[in-house]
Ligand binder design. Sequence first.
Ligand SMILES: Nc1ncnc2c1ncn2[C@@H]1O[C@H](COP(=O)(O)OP(=O)(O)OP(=O)(O)O)[C@@H](O)[C@H]1O
Length: 309
Amino acid sequence: MTTDLAVLAEDLTKFYGTHRGIEGLHLEVSAGEIMGFLGPNGAGKTTTIRLLLDFLRPTRGHATVLGLDPRRDKARLHRRIGYLPGELAFPGREHAGDLLRFLGDARGGVSWSYVTDLAARLDLDLSRPVRAMSKGNKQKVGLVQAFMHQPALLVLDEPTSGLDPLMQQEFLAMVREARAAGQTVFMSSHVLAEVQQVADRVAIVRDGRLAAVERVESLGRRAVRTVEIHFADPVDPEEFRVLPGITDVTVSGPVLKCTADGRLDPLIKAAARHEVIDLLSTEPDLEETFLSFYYHAEGAGDAVASAGA
Ligand SMILES: Nc1ncnc2c1ncn2[C@@H]1O[C@H](COP(=O)(O)OP(=O)(O)OP(=O)(O)O)[C@@H](O)[C@H]1O
């Protein structure tokens, strides 16, 4: 394989008995990119992540991570990865600082000032016992341990779960900085909005299959928006129903409501034939449009859209 791939999954498949975890996954993550891994609950995100790290063995297929075989080179690979599990379990009674020192030593030593910087950014008190921490604070400990050795690859399973909005933004800033430093980030989420803020591309899984891989810039083009136009006088809905990309037209006296598929130009030109009092266009809701398309569309799970890295 070429060395500029941080992750390569080839026909990666895991069945739990007869139950599909993930099937036939082909995925490439380039070195230095941020890849969002999106899907609803039970789609197969955690299964995929665990396969990449050799916490699970594939039923079929193969993964190459940082040029290594996760099974053969597990210890070497794990030193070069920062991993945040979806379910954090800190069994001991240690204070967060002791736990991080222990984990840092196990990875061959880390810069302690970097650890305290990360903790300060996330507003994490290292002198508190981890077991007594809230879910959000435990998540911060999990994030610090994933980032602290500045690994070549960060594999983060639902990293913002339990974080408040301010901390989510701080985390996204850390992810951007990681990319600037040449690190690769593979992060799962079921929230497109957060992934969209940092990711270069998103891979979308549904029912254990890859539904699509898209560059983030191209997601917006699929956005459907609702438009409401207030005219000075009543208008004929038929005039708008015939426009390309315009659906769900309803007219109530001088107020027209419709859905536009992203190209507003035909609608604006038609509206301009009348006196327009006001125009309201709701922000494209990508959760509703893009994701519902991939999550629910018939056969979407088999249609692997390829977007170049
Ligand atoms: N140990 C297991 N035994 C049996 N089935 C499992 C096991 N782990 C996961 N599954 C099933 O495999 C499928 C994929 O699960 P997975 O946890 O990978 O999804 P996910 O996308 O990470 O979901 P979530 O967002 O809920 O964590 C689901 O149908 C799940 O029920």
